[in-house]
Design a protein around this ligand. Structure first.
Ligand code: V07
Length: 258
């Protein structure tokens, strides 16, 4: 009997989700959503588990959220998976994190291909272990012609470094006569960043109650709507994601237009 109730609940909540998605799709969908997936360590500590258990649970949420983003018709989902500052963590934790891309892709690359997702990476390839890079490059290669959701992983990414690298590149191009002082503007500068070819995010989500940017897409977030929640990333789900999208749509209705 109890099993029957559980099944009914599950069916009901998934039909609620369908209805919510249909309502949301009638209004403006953000083209690019960026997410700072914070709170995995805290989630684990609360349960007396090692931090890596939080990261593993967080990985399952990545699947949930990328699938619903695709369903909503969001064009790009950028996920902050590993920052350049994260190297300072204990070696065992870093080693574990560096295995997650291949774990994820082993399990879900066929599904990503099936769902027409294009995998991309934004960040420095330097310092990444060979096994991490190989898995990523295989996924990027095998999904490069897909034209559904762009699933963009920020990995070994830091925005100040990104900006410095862009400036260095511009100095080199200037020396080579490819660009001059008059040729530089916001649009051209954007093309030197790691997010080139992507529009700026329309919406930034950060979980776990921290209200800061932590060196994430400083240039690109200039006009972005921010949405923060106390929910820890491993507890995040489709319903919370829809809360964020609905709030975005309310703000658009209030302030969009003239
Ligand atoms: C990572 C799980 C999510 C919470 C935040 C930190 C831990 C998925 C990936 C991933 C990356 C590239 C790719 C496929 C999957 C990942 C890292 C950490 C480093 F092509 N989750 N996840 N990568 N976490």
């Amino acid at each position: 009997m109890f099993e029957k109730i559980k099944l009914w609940r599950k069916k009901k909540s998934s039909s609620n989700l369908r209805e919510r998605i249909e309502m949301i799709k009638k209004r403006e969908i953000p083209a690019h959503v960026a997410v700072i997936m914070d709170g995995n360590g805290r989630w684990a500590r609360k349960r007396n588990l090692p931090r890596i258990a939080g990261h593993k649970e967080g990985m399952m949420v990545v699947r949930k959220i990328s699938r619903i983003a695709g369903e909503l018709g969001i064009k790009t989902l950028t996920l902050y998976a590993f920052s350049t500052e994260n190297w300072k963590r204990p070696k065992t934790e870093v080693d574990f994190l560096m295995k997650l891309p291949q774990d994820y892709l082993n399990d879900y690359l066929p599904e990503l291909i099936e769902e027409n997702v294009q995998v991309r990476m934004m960040g420095s390839k330097q310092n990444l272990p060979k096994h991490t890079l190989n898995a990523l490059e295989k996924a990027i290669q095998e999904t490069k012609n897909n034209n559904g959701l762009i699933l963009n992983f920020a990995l070994n990414y830091g925005s100040r470094t990104e900006i410095i690298e862009a400036v260095k590149h511009i100095i080199r191009d200037s020396r080579d006569g490819k660009i001059g002082e008059d040729g530089l503007n916001e649009e051209i500068f954007s093309q030197y960043l790691m997010s080139n070819n992507l529009p700026d995010p329309d919406l930034l989500i950060r979980t776990s109650g921290e209200i800061r940017l932590s060196n994430f897409m400083l240039w690109q977030l200039a006009y972005t709507e921010f949405w923060f929640t106390d929910v820890l990333w491993p507890d995040f789900n489709e319903q919370f994601f829809l809360d964020a999208i609905e709030e975005f749509q309310k703000r658009q209705r209030r302030f969009g237009g003239v």
